[in-house]
Design a protein around this ligand. Structure first.
Ligand code: FES
Ligand code: FES
Length: 176
């Protein structure tokens, strides 16, 4: 007869589950409470505080990360749902001291003021530009429609994403 083992729990009596998730290229095998949101897992378990929490209710997009290459609001997903997945956060963009094209573009076009929305905006833009390398202004505006910015009025954010698209096209064509 099979022996049932009690599920693992924390000292607070919360049930935990073991997950395997690769974050920014680094594999992690960790026990997390079943109720832990992905954004809390990233910020509190992995100390990756680049992913912001603006609303906790799927409205603002500040918590956007890539899960298996798709932009996801990480306050909308449990960490256990990322079991087996590849997650990329804003910390993955800069490589060996070199800014990603989207980071350089936000810098050059002044695509931020307070910067609170910026990690989510950039991750949404990265996922979008992977599917559309030559977007129109309208397409950019539609792509970031799930990301709210309280400061900029969006004009320079749209310019930044267009700028990054141009840079990435030139790099792909070997001009940059
Ligand atoms: S914190 Fe996730 S959408 Fe606002
Ligand atoms: S730059 Fe402040 S919320 Fe977007």
């Amino acid at each position: 007869m099979a022996v049932e083992t009690a599920p693992a729990t924390t000292s607070r009596g919360q049930r935990t589950l073991k997950i395997h998730v690769t974050v920014n290229g680094v594999p992690h095998d960790v026990d997390v409470e079943a109720r832990t949101l992905l954004v809390h897992f990233l910020r509190e378990n992995l100390s990756m505080t680049g992913t912001h929490i603006g609303c906790d209710t799927t409205n603002c997009g500040a918590c956007t990360v890539l899960v298996n290459g798709r932009a996801v609001k990480s306050c909308t997903m449990f960490a256990v749902q990322a079991d087996g997945a590849t997650v990329e956060t804003v910390e993955s963009l800069e490589q060996d001291g070199k800014l990603h094209a989207i980071q350089s573009a936000f810098h050059e076009e002044h695509g931020l003021q307070c910067g609170f929305c910026t990690p989510g905006m950039m991750m949404t833009a990265v996922a979008f530009l992977a599917t559309n390398s030559k977007p129109t202004e309208l397409e950019i505006r539609q792509a970031i429609s799930g990301n709210l910015c309280r400061c900029t009025g969006y004009v320079n954010i749209v310019k930044s994403i267009d700028h990054a698209a141009r840079t990435m096209r030139e790099t792909a064509e070997g001009k940059a």
